[in-house]
Ligand binder design. Structure first.
Ligand SMILES: [Zn+2]
Length: 499
């Protein structure tokens, strides 16, 4: 089998305990597996790729990988007045508006975007506002095919639900079918395409489920060693739902029904009691923080620092556009620092006093260990791997999968460098990812993905996106025009067409 060596100014290896930076280092892989990281590999190799002034890093693991490019772009847009909010009409969950070809196009576009941003393992997430019911076995078969074709490592599983709406009436006929489809998908595809595709379970939020669905999810996960991702602790509406319908808040409820464990990952986890966070740490549950997606809708995790210090396994998901893990690490770290130091002076009085509204709040965040760039880099790599129960991902070390990215520093846009991880997070974005290798296959070279025609894919993707946007008018109770919900930044004047 062919041996390939990559050399570069900074090679981020792993010594079994933590990441290690090898300056002017090298990483060697044979087939799909890394066989050496460090200096002076003693044997002959078949090919040498010199990355030059660059960071050679493990690829990122994105456990909330935006796969539909839809909701993520408009999440930041709020109408001027509350009465202009979109109101779902009676078309809700009656028909499926998207064709298999629509799914194929947006999957290929999203997979290409993930690869271009250095994401080498992705667990997809998509909006489901207009979906007929939930995601389907058929569209996920298509996704597995597209992922394998372009070379992305993916954890796949269609979503399932028991009720059409949040806390609505349970429809066991449609619900059971979606649950069984999801289990069947994992049975059919776990380990497919040479192990590139793995299964996971993706139940919708609790208000769409029954307790029986949750228990069967956990049973299937335990019996088959399959990870589960369940959105929870997302905001005050969920808090109120749990308290009024169940009598317990989310994590306490999960503990009572025996749902928690190391195979469970919970995206966002913004609203939880400290005692519940300790339960997550004790039970080995992973949190998927999505810094940019959360702030898009005006949320924020308070705080990444606190969760880390409690011993929770923290991971990062992109969950918005662009699917840029580096920008997410940057914003996550920015937000954590802001909350750690709380130097937020927003009140300047007429008498010359400056008031910090957070001055008298408990100093938990300031006395705890402050976060570093390394914490966010770990979350994007080994944290994600731990959540998946994989010690062969998220690291460059002998025996690990050859999932390697090259981040170019030889670029005036980056400017000078110092510590490579800090420089990556502070001065680069996904655009600086130049080469991507997944499972030993070069899937992007000099920012080009073979078999992807960017212009054609963009044109097709835009058409599907426009179709999605127009569904707001079609599904709205009053069929109001799109700019009611998503007002343009400025008055927009169309070019007149000549007759
Ligand atoms: Zn989410």
């Amino acid at each position: 089998m062919k041996k390939t060596k990559i050399t570069g100014r900074f090679v981020i290896g792993h010594d079994g305990n933590d990441h290690v930076v090898y300056k002017n280092g090298e990483v060697v892989f044979r087939g799909d597996t890394i066989i050496f990281v460090g200096h002076d590999f003693p044997l002959e190799v078949d090919e040498v790729i010199d990355a030059g002034l660059a960071i050679v890093s493990p690829g990122f693991i994105d456990l909330e990988a935006d796969i539909d490019t839809d909701h993520a772009l408009i999440d930041v847009t709020f109408p001027e007045f509350p009465q202009d909010n979109f109101i779902m009409g009676d078309k809700y969950r009656t028909t499926e508006p998207f064709s298999l070809e629509d799914f194929r196009i947006r999957q290929r576009m999203s997979i290409a975007m993930l690869i271009m941003n250095g994401i080498t393992t992705a667990m997809p997430i998509a909006g489901d506002l207009f979906r007929g019911w939930a995601e389907t076995h058929e569209e996920f078969e298509e996704m597995a095919k597209n992922a394998a074709d372009l070379g992305l490592r993916m954890y796949l599983g269609p979503s399932y639900r028991a009720a059409a709406s949040y806390g609505g009436t349970v429809d066991l006929h449609r619900g059971e079918k979606s649950l069984k489809d999801a289990f069947r998908f994992v049975e059919d595809f776990d380990g497919a395409y040479g192990g590139l595709i793995k299964g996971f379970l993706s139940p919708c939020q609790v208000p769409y489920l029954t307790e029986d669905f949750l228990k069967r999810t956990k049973e299937f996960s335990d019996a088959n060693g399959v990870p589960v991702r369940l959105h929870a602790c997302e905001g005050p509406h969920e808090w109120d739902y749990f308290k009024s319908k169940i009598g317990l808040t989310s994590i306490d409820y999960f503990k009572r029904i025996g749902f928690l464990g190391p195979q469970i990952m919970i995206p966002h986890t913004i609203v939880a009691k400290d005692s519940e966070l300790k339960i997550l740490a004790d039970q080995g549950v992973s949190v998927i923080s999505t810094p940019l997606a959360e702030v898009n809708i005006g949320w924020g995790l308070v705080s990444f620092t606190k969760y880390l210090n409690l011993g929770i396994n923290m991971t990062i998901g992109t969950d918005c556009q662009p699917v840029d893990m580096i920008r997410n690490m940057r914003f996550g770290w920015d937000l954590a620092r802001l909350l750690e130091y709380r130097q937020i002076y927003n009140i300047y009085t007429e008498t010359g006093e400056v008031l910090n509204p957070y001055k008298d709040q408990p100093t938990l965040y300031r006395t705890a260990k402050a976060t570093t760039a390394a914490d966010f880099f770990r979350a994007a790599t080994t944290g994600g791997a731990k959540a998946l129960g994989r010690d062969d991902l998220g690291r460059l070390s002998p025996g690990a999968k050859a999932d390697i990215i090259v981040i170019d520093l030889d670029d005036l846009r980056v400017g000078p460098y110092e510590d490579p991880i800090r420089t990556m997070i502070m001065s680069t974005t996904g655009y600086n990812v130049r080469d991507v290798i997944i499972n030993g296959r070069i899937v992007m070279k000099d920012r080009v993905i073979p078999d992807v025609k960017p212009n054609e894919l963009l044109k097709q993707g835009q058409e599907v996106y426009d179709k999605f946007l127009n569904l707001y008018t079609e599904y709205d109770a009053y069929h109001r025009p799109l700019d009611t919900f998503f007002p343009q930044s400025f008055v927009t004047v169309e070019k007149k067409t000549k007759r």
